[in-house]
Structures are given as structure tokens and as C-alpha cells.
Design a protein around this ligand. Sequence first.
Ligand code: RET
Length: 273
Amino acid sequence: MTAASTTATTVLQATQSDVLQEIQSNFLLNSSIWVNIALAGVVILLFVAMGRDLESPRAKLIWVATMLVPLVSISSYAGLASGLTVGFLQMPPGHALAGQEVLSPWGRYLTWTFSTPMILLALGLLADTDIASLFTAITMDIGMCVTGLAAALITSSHLLRWVFYGISCAFFVAVLYVLLVQWPADAEAAGTSEIFGTLKILTVVLWLGYPILWALGSEGVALLSVGVTSWGYSGLDILAKYVFAFLLLRWVAANEGTVSGSGMGIGSGGAAP
Ligand code: RET
């Protein structure tokens, strides 16, 4: 190893252990991460038990998509707990914390790219929607998460942080449109409108909380501390992921006939006539 690479390695190691030390010395932040790791573990075991008797391909697909939500979550929170997906970012001029090194748990935004499409896949299958509509919702959602990640990571310009925030919100509007306008009609035709209606409201209301928290937290106008923002996201996650997924799986387990009965769309186990 050359002297330069030894120095680079030392700096890298020092940075990651600095981050870990900062996380562990911030009780609010640390507890918001570990509570979710514990909950995700319990929820994974519970969901395995709840889905073990499912037989139809469509019900099984909903179950796997739903299972992936806590599976991605436990990986995401483990990344945060280790400091791997958390970093110090120097905020640009114009930001409330300009010039300061702010702790950013950016791994959250990255892993939403994997967990939120699973939530939408499960909801789309429940509504028995068509592939174009499902593709729209999922790709717009991925666009929302990736541009949200960009907004959090930009340190060159305060304005561009908010430009990316705006782009992310535009993607979000497309997701909301599909959820509120297109899928309710599909769910009505599939005979799943009651449970779909409940889950739709839960999803729309809770998901609206994320951009609000982002704007108020240290990434945005910095009215809330890193620890409070992190608990905000963790609280929303508990409801938008675990409670949502539990309600969905409980309904699917009790109404498998309805789910496997319609199946004109994706996951029906055969080609549509
Ligand atoms: C960001 C900031 C930029 C603007 C918007 C956002 C929306 C985020 C949402 C996240 C939902 C996350 C969930 C995670 C579960 O695993 C990226 C905060 C619109 C809606 C449900």
C-alpha cells in the first residue's frame, strides 16, 4: 500500500467511525433506528406465519410484495445503524445551517426506492389494475425517491436542493393521481374496493407527511433537529409500512377467494383471454 492510499484509508475509516459515534451519542436518532430494526424483525416473522396458507398466484404475489416491505426496512435501518448510509454534509450558502456539517441519514431516501414500489405493487394487485397503470405508478414513485435523494445530497447550491425537491413532488403528484383516481375504479370492478379504500386513505395521508417532514427537517428549513426528523420518519414508517402491510395481509388471508377470483390483470396466474 502506498503512503497516499494508507492516508486515504485512514481518513475514510476515521470518517465512518466519526459518523457512528455521532449516531450513538444522539439518543433520539439512535432509538429511532433501533426501534424500527426490532419492529421489522417481529413483523417479518408475523407475516411469514400469516401468509403460509395462501395458494393462489395473485394472493402469493401480494404476499411476497408485502413481505419485501419489512425486509427492505430492516436492511435500510441496519445501514443507518452502522453509519454506512449516513454522512456529514456541508450545507450550501442560503441554507439555514449554511457552512455547518449536518448529519444526513441519506440511506433512508435510497432504500425508499426499493420499499415504496413494493407497497404500490401490492396495492395495484389488490385493485387488479392493468400493467400500464402499475408501471406508471411504480416508475413515478422511483423518480420521486431518486430525485428526493438528490435534493438531500446536493451541497453545491441551495436553490438546486429545492429544484430537486420540486421535481420529486411532481413525481409524487403522478403517484397520487393513480392512487386516488385510477385504482379506486379498478378496485370497484375487482370487488376489493372496501379494503382498497381504507389502504388508499392510509397511504395518501401518511405519504403526504414525508415531504412535509423533509421540508421542516435539517435537509429543508431546519426547524426540526436531526433526531426529531428521524423519529418523524420512523413513526411514519411504522404506520405506512408495518400497519399498512398488516391490514393488507390480514385481509388477503381472510379473502383469498376474492383476490384469486377476479384476476383479469397481473398476477392472475395465466394470460388474460
Ligand atoms: C421526499 C422529499 C422530496 C419530495 C417528496 C418526498 C416524498 C417521499 C415519500 C416517501 C414515502 C416513503 C415511504 C417509505 C416506506 O418504506 C423524498 C421526502 C415528495 C412520499 C412510504
